[in-house]
Design a protein around this ligand. Structure first.
Ligand code: GLN
Length: 311
């Protein structure tokens, strides 16, 4: 009996409100001393202890006899120290992040989805609408380099009549993406493939309505200079775009026309300062028309959109 009680207790990770309140007070002091945003603590407690913002603001959780946590207090404390000492991103501690209307599972096998990447879905919707006659909202769409699955999930949500394909080189990333699709009830809309860019999709050549990708685009020599949260913890496979950051973008420009239908959408995210080069590469390839550069919410030229020419 005693044993099973202990097992249940361990699984539920019960703490008293007072214990958690004391932990939070210490965590806040350490965050300030280490230049980590204090707001991360309350966000983390919402994620791992199910506390709401009001309870945190009013300190009312302090009086609760029991709070159920996804981690033990020791684990939470250990991970919070890794946040401070080792710059582990808070989303990897929580194991989750918000993105558009989703709550997504993340681990250090995947890039933490960024707010600016959310715009890719709106641009895809806009692009599909602009070619009314070709019915781009239907048919096959692909997310190349899916990572946590965000773009594929966003496309599945936006294009209810289409089939979404999602490719990643990393099996670990695909496991996270599949889990996210299961959790969000979108698994029957997305097919996952392990491989390099278009390679697993040879059977569907010429049939895609659209391709959307957030490929690695940081120049190799810049990657180690990024903030330590990124450089030390996020997968370099998802960041490092080679010498000038454009290796994977060049590959996507070169190979996509044979996979997309005439009029099909080509849409990527890129780094600040790459817009001119990407536009020129698209023009030079010769199979694209209506090439557009779009800015993110901070006004940075962040996205390139083009359509495969009809002939
Ligand atoms: N936006 C990411 C960053 O700022 C990079 C993502 C990518 O390379 N696709 O670190």
């Amino acid at each position: 009996m005693r044993k099973s009680y202990e097992m249940v207790e361990q699984k539920l990770n019960l703490v008293s409100g007072l214990q958690l309140w004391q932990w939070r007070s210490r965590a806040i002091a350490k965050a300030i001393a280490n230049n980590v945003p204090v707001a991360e603590i309350d966000w983390l407690l919402q994620e791992v202890a199910g506390l709401d913002r009001l309870a945190l603001r009013l300190d009312s959780f302090k009086d609760k006899a029991e709070i159920i946590m996804a981690l033990s207090l020791e684990e939470l404390d250990h991970l919070w120290h890794r946040r401070l000492d080792d710059r582990l991103p808070v989303q990897y501690i929580a194991g989750s992040t918000p993105w558009r209307n989703f709550r997504l599972k993340v681990s250090d096998a995947v890039l933490i989805p960024r707010p600016e990447t959310e715009c890719l879905i709106d641009l895809a919707v806009m692009a599909a609408r602009s070619e009314v006659s070709s019915q781009l909202k239907q048919g096959h769409w692909v997310d190349l380099g899916t990572g946590s699955g965000v773009i594929a999930l966003g496309l599945a949500d936006a294009f209810s009549e289409s089939t979404i394909h999602a490719v990643d080189y990393s099996l670990e990333a695909l496991a996270i993406a599949q889990k996210n699709a299961d959790n969000l009830g979108l698994a029957d809309r997305i097919r996952f493939y392990q491989g390099s860019w278009w390679q697993p999709l040879a059977a569907l050549k010429g049939q895609f309505s659209g391709m959307v990708s957030n490929p690695p685009y940081i120049p190799s020599n810049i990657v180690p200079t990024l903030q330590p949260e990124v450089a030390k913890h996020e997968p370099h496979l998802a960041l490092d775009g080679g010498f000038d950051g454009l290796d994977d973008i060049r590959h996507l420009i070169e190979f996509s026309p044979s996979y997309l239908k005439p009029g099909g959408v080509w849409l990527i995210e890129m780094m600040a300062g790459q817009a001119e080069a990407v536009k020129m590469l698209l023009q030079k390839q010769g199979s694209y028309e209506n090439i557009q550069i779009h800015t993110d919410l901070e006004g940075v030229e962040r996205f390139a959109l083009a359509f495969v020419s009809a002939e």
